[in-house]
Design a protein around this ligand. Structure first.
Ligand code: PMV
Length: 320
């Protein structure tokens, strides 16, 4: 049965360890950012004709019909994937509104989150919500349009909304967190596109395979240690592994002077650890702090020009 009006949402995400190396088969750790959300609202258009699907996404200035969207546009790709899933030639007329509080081009999963919300909302509207496995799988297909070689970590953490330990092509594992902690996410002020950075790393890996494979392996090894530190609640160890991971990412050539400045200033102000997060060359840095230092770190970063940041609480859990 087609619903009169529905909504669906999905969170943002941050990668704590292992970005880039995860594309080459190494493990990575990611968490959902539940206070950042994309949301999709759908209402029926009973007078419309089949496939008359109106999209409005005020945050990105989009107001367009399905037929007007260019090939390769994620919204169009979502509709086409749903048609293929249900083996139908058209979908009923509907109006779709997309809103999001997730910063774009910042490594926080904004595009992936919107795709997950759209898949959930449209299939719920049609009366046949997809399983989480299908939402994740189809989101991965759409990610490939944007960067040819996604690892699958973004669609997985955003669909399942749990902290995960992820190795591509292996079943996803939820991670155990012995002690809850706070992270501060800090905007470097630079927008960056994942596909550009991922493609550049691929070119550099092809040109210097031995060196890059050894950097990826080192990142993988410290990601395994980070999982252990989370499971035992060893936050100082977790922090020092973040610094090591940042250093290795800088060696891959994916950091940015602003990200390095955030990491240095946060550590001077008493952080336990800090690193860039996501594809890099911009986007956000993630800072690990105990409660006693978080305001001091925020003030220090504001004073040197990094005004946009937010705190995220990661609760303990009882997995494993
Ligand atoms: O979407 P971002 O910027 O968080 O980058 C995703 C993480 C990468 O490891 C760089 C790419 C991938 O597909 O895993």
């Amino acid at each position: 049965m087609i619903m009169a009006g529905i909504s669906a949402s999905a969170p943002g995400k941050a990668i704590l360890f292992g970005e880039h190396a995860v594309v080459y088969g190494q493990p990575a750790i990611a968490i959902p950012l539940l206070q950042l959300q994309s949301k999709v609202y759908i209402t029926a258009n009973p007078l419309g004709t089949p496939d008359e699907i109106w999209f409005s996404a005020p945050d990105i200035g989009l107001a367009q019909d399905y037929f007007q969207l260019p090939d390769g546009h994620a919204f169009k790709a979502v509709v086409d994937i749903i048609k293929g899933h249900f083996q139908v030639d058209s979908l009923p007329a509907m109006r779709i509104r997309v809103v999001s509080s997730i910063p774009v081009a910042s490594g926080l999963g904004s595009g992936t989150s919107v795709t997950v919300s759209l898949l959930k909302a449209i299939t719920t509207f049609l009366g046949h919500p997809l399983s989480e496995a299908d939402v994740s799988r189809y989101t991965f297909e759409i990610e490939k349009i944007y960067h040819g070689h996604p690892s699958g970590i973004d669609n997985t953490v955003i669909t399942y909304q749990k902290p995960i330990f992820y190795i591509r092509d292996l079943p996803v594992e939820q991670i155990s967190i012995e002690r809850g902690f706070s992270i501060l996410l800090v905007d470097s002020g630079i927008n960056s596109h994942t596909s550009d950075v991922v493609n550049d790393v691929r070119n550099r890996w092809q040109a210097a395979t031995v060196e890059f494979e050894s950097l990826f392996s080192a990142i993988g090894a410290l990601t395994i240690q980070a999982r252990q530190a989370l499971a035992t609640g060893d936050l100082p160890r977790l922090g020092s592994l973040m610094i090591d991971n940042h250093t290795l990412l800088a060696k891959l050539g994916v950091s940015h002077t602003n990200l390095d400045k955030i990491v240095d200033a946060a550590m001077t102000a008493g952080a336990l650890g800090a690193k860039m997060s996501g594809a890099g060359r911009g986007g956000y840095a993630v800072v690990l702090s105990d409660q006693g230092h978080i305001n001091q770190i925020r003030d220090t970063l504001s004073a040197i020009g990094f005004l946009k940041s937010f705190v995220c609480e990661i609760p303990a859990n009882t997995i494993g």
